[in-house]
Design a protein around this ligand. Structure first.
Ligand code: ATP
Ligand code: MG
Length: 314
């Protein structure tokens, strides 16, 4: 049930931090330099990237919860209107929700029912709590339990259930399946699919490419603060339909595809001055990689690579 107008559109996002470099001198650290992606209603978009590539900062930018020393550039559009931090604050927790990484976000001193209802006691909210518990496969009496009485899997379902309480239109999930084995992670993703079927757009941040291939509609690959590739999940069934050398290296690193470790190490923010950040590790690098690298349309997605030929465009 996908609509053609995105619920969220991000173009050329940049995030930098002001920091003191001496007693009285200040500098800027560019962490995200050029991120673009869109999420449509009914769609699950997975964002894949190494640790430190800027994934959580992207989530925090969308929710308007970056720290005060952060500066944001580029365009963020939610439901056809610019998403300013003020607008994000007004929509946060209602239309736009975050599913945080850790179950420690649950209040240990409040019963599940109270957390889902957010203090409301009217009949409509109480009814919605029961409805949402059953939607997530939890018994009605779960509402009388404290977080310490929940198993890890139940706690995770409660986190997602609390995001679903308000009929969100955009769900941002930051590593929603940490440490879960494939079967359990797929079960969690099944809950996100239910929300997507209800019309929500889901942005799922993860390290787990295998899970993203199995459960997402599109996959967006980040590397060192830039989007290097955006493609339908079905393109990730074979290296031949992937376009960026980093994406292909991620594909080959999967257990079923050779388990070949991706070469090199992820650069620290601020250490890449120009050109493609992946060039130092790339076996296909050429002198052109040191210049500007446009993010261009390729097939049903986008790629940021100077290599022009050799990639399938379907
Ligand atoms: N307030 C801040 N000031 C300066 N640098 C920051 C700040 N917050 C984050 N960073 C830096 O930004 C980079 C990206 O951080 P982010 O948390 O988005 O990474 P990530 O992709 O979510 O990583 P992980 O997979 O480990 O969660 C990191 O190098 C981090 O050190
Ligand atoms: Mg993170």
């Amino acid at each position: 049930m996908q609509s053609r107008t995105p619920i969220l559109e991000i173009k050329n996002l940049g995030v930098s931090f002001t920091r003191y470099t001496g007693l009285l001198s200040r500098g800027h650290l560019d962490v995200i330099t050029d991120l673009s992606l869109s999420v449509h209603p009914g769609e699950i978009v997975a964002v894949i990237g190494a640790s430190g590539s800027g994934k959580s900062l992207l989530a925090h930018t969308i929710l308007g919860i970056l720290p005060h020393n952060a500066t944001v550039r580029g365009q963020l559009v939610y439901d056809n209107t610019p998403l300013t931090p003020q607008r994000a604050a007004a929509l946060r927790g209602h239309e736009i929700v975050l599913v945080p990484q850790g179950v420690t976000y649950l209040d240990p001193l409040m019963k599940v029912g109270g957390q889902l209802a957010q203090g409301k006691t009217d009949a409509e909210t109480t009814g919605r709590v029961s409805e949402i518990l059953s939607m997530f496969g939890l018994r009605d009496r779960t509402k009388d339990l404290y977080p310490f009485q929940l198993s890890g899997g139940m706690a995770r379902r409660v986190l997602i259930a609390s995001a679903a309480m308000e009929h969100p239109r955009l769900v941002v999930a930051d590593e929603p399946t940490p440490g879960l084995h494939m079967e359990a992670a797929q079960r969690v993703m099944g809950h996100f699919r239910e929300l997507a079927k209800g019309g929500a757009g889901i942005l799922m941040i993860t390290h787990d490419l295998e899970l993203a291939i199995a459960t997402a509609d599109r996959i967006v690959v980040f590397y060192a603060g830039v989007t290097v590739e955006d493609a339908p999940a079905c393109n990730f069934r074979s290296a031949s339909t992937l376009r960026h050398p980093y994406t292909r290296a991620l594909y080959r690193a999967l257990p079923g595809n050779g388990f070949v470790a991706a070469p090199g190490t992820h650069p620290y923010p601020g250490t890449i001055e120009h050109g493609c950040p992946y060039a130092p590790c790339c076996t296909d690098a050429s002198p052109a990689c040191a210049g500007p690298v446009p993010y261009r349309k390729a097939g049903q997605g986008y790629v940021r690579c100077v290599l022009q030929g050799g990639f399938p465009d379907a």
